[in-house]
Design a binder for this molecule. Structure first.
Ligand code: FE2
Length: 382
């Protein structure tokens, strides 16, 4: 039987000040809340206080687990599982960027299903996790609506991609005001991550009609608002458009897939600690050049969504134009453009290419690469 399925959180709330509704949503799941967040930023920006106020107003008990580092490790997940177990947690509020959200999903799953997080890479858990209300404070990962969690296994030097629809948060709350304090470099990198999600979801072999709708609208919103949000952080309209755009991108890729950019960016994170969004940004234009001939038809809608006039032009012309426009969106962010600028050296290109080729997202890329071609791409952007 050939069919598609579109999955999403039960509720997606978006709009200014929606963070104040966390308590009202949480109370439906129980009494004991675990807030999972990073060490500093949600405190500094006031996001944590807003969440706490809302929980207090609804007479909920809570513990704050603020040990989440960027690129959360298996050890952090283990600590979080312990805290959840000791406190008999009913509901998790995941507050922060992709790291806090991904760690929350992993903690929720292991707390309910037992075992160790490293076993979850191949084994699909079967039981619902602790329900999650995800409150992102960056506009990029789409983790609040996705079925993925990326956890770093520092022993094996790999980023584990854990995928399961049980990981989709029950509620996503997207308040664009929480992103106003994001510094330009983080706005740029997380925004480019979302842009990559949208494009890859659309050209992936797993794309489907419903995910396409979200992907194209995400490409439109992100390509037209990312530079504005980077240059003028208090532009609330641009922030709101980015927040919605990255959520659409999240819905698109969680129901389709990402592709080769994500396969190649994960090793850059695992070997050199390059932040996920920045790694994607560096790779995106070159990987799209590699993919061009295999999905030139799909590039037409991408070009149109980015505002290009495609009338009267050949498919080939449009496909080259699409790559240029994607590159411009990237250049406008002011992010570094070469791997050597972000602490990467050439010694691991072969290992990284070997890791990337094994990734599931490589199988779903429109063009099948060889290890040599991947090494070549790393070299081109070095
Ligand atoms: Fe991503």
């Amino acid at each position: 039987m050939n069919y598609s399925i579109f999955q999403s959180p039960r509720d997606i709330l978006y709009g200014q000040d929606t963070v104040n509704l966390v308590g009202e949503k949480a109370i439906k799941f129980g009494k004991k809340v675990m807030i999972i967040t990073g060490k500093h930023s949600s405190k500094k920006t006031g996001a944590l206080d807003k969440v706490l106020d809302s929980l207090k107003k609804n007479n909920l008990d809570f513990v704050v687990f603020n040990d989440i580092e960027s690129d959360p490790s298996a050890n952090t997940v283990r600590k979080g599982v312990e805290v959840a177990g000791e406190n008999g947690i009913d509901i998790i509020v995941a507050l922060g960027g992709g790291s806090a959200l991904d760690a929350s999903k992993a903690i929720s799953m292991v707390a309910s299903n037992g075992g160790d997080i490293v076993d979850y890479e191949d084994n699909i858990p079967h039981k619902e996790g602790i329900p999650i209300i995800a409150v992102p404070t960056t506009a990029g990962t789409g983790s609040e609506v996705s079925k993925f969690s990326i956890i770093t296994d520092t022993d094996r030097k790999i980023k584990m991609l854990i995928a399961n629809d049980l990981l989709i948060p029950k509620v996503a709350i997207l308040d664009p005001k929480l992103t106003l304090m994001m510094p330009p470099s983080v706005t740029a990198a997380t925004g480019m991550d979302a842009f990559t999600h949208a494009i890859e979801a659309y050209i992936s072999k797993a794309s489907q009609r419903t995910s396409d709708l979200y992907a194209i609208k995400a490409i439109e919103l992100i390509s037209r608002n990312l530079a504005k949000a980077v240059l003028k952080g208090d532009d609330l309209e641009a922030r709101e458009n980015m927040m919605v755009g990255q959520m659409y991108a999240g819905l698109a890729f969680t129901n389709s897939s990402t592709a080769l950019v994500h396969s190649m960016s994960r090793p850059l994170g695992a070997y050199y600690g390059v932040p996920h969004g920045l790694a994607n940004a560096l790779l995106l234009p070159e990987v799209m050049k590699f993919n061009r001939a295999a999905c030139a038809d799909r590039f037409k809608a991408i070009a149109a969504a980015m505002g290009e006039n495609i009338h009267g032009k050949s498919t080939r012309e449009i496909s080259y134009m699409t790559i240029d426009t994607i590159k411009n969106v990237f250049l406008e962010t002011g992010l570094p453009t070469k791997l050597k600028e972000v602490g990467v050296d050439e010694s691991n290109f072969e290992n990284m290419a070997e890791d990337a080729i094994k990734s599931r997202t490589t199988l779903l890329n429109p063009r099948k690469p060889t290890v040599e071609q991947l090494i070549e791409i790393y070299k081109t952007i070095y």
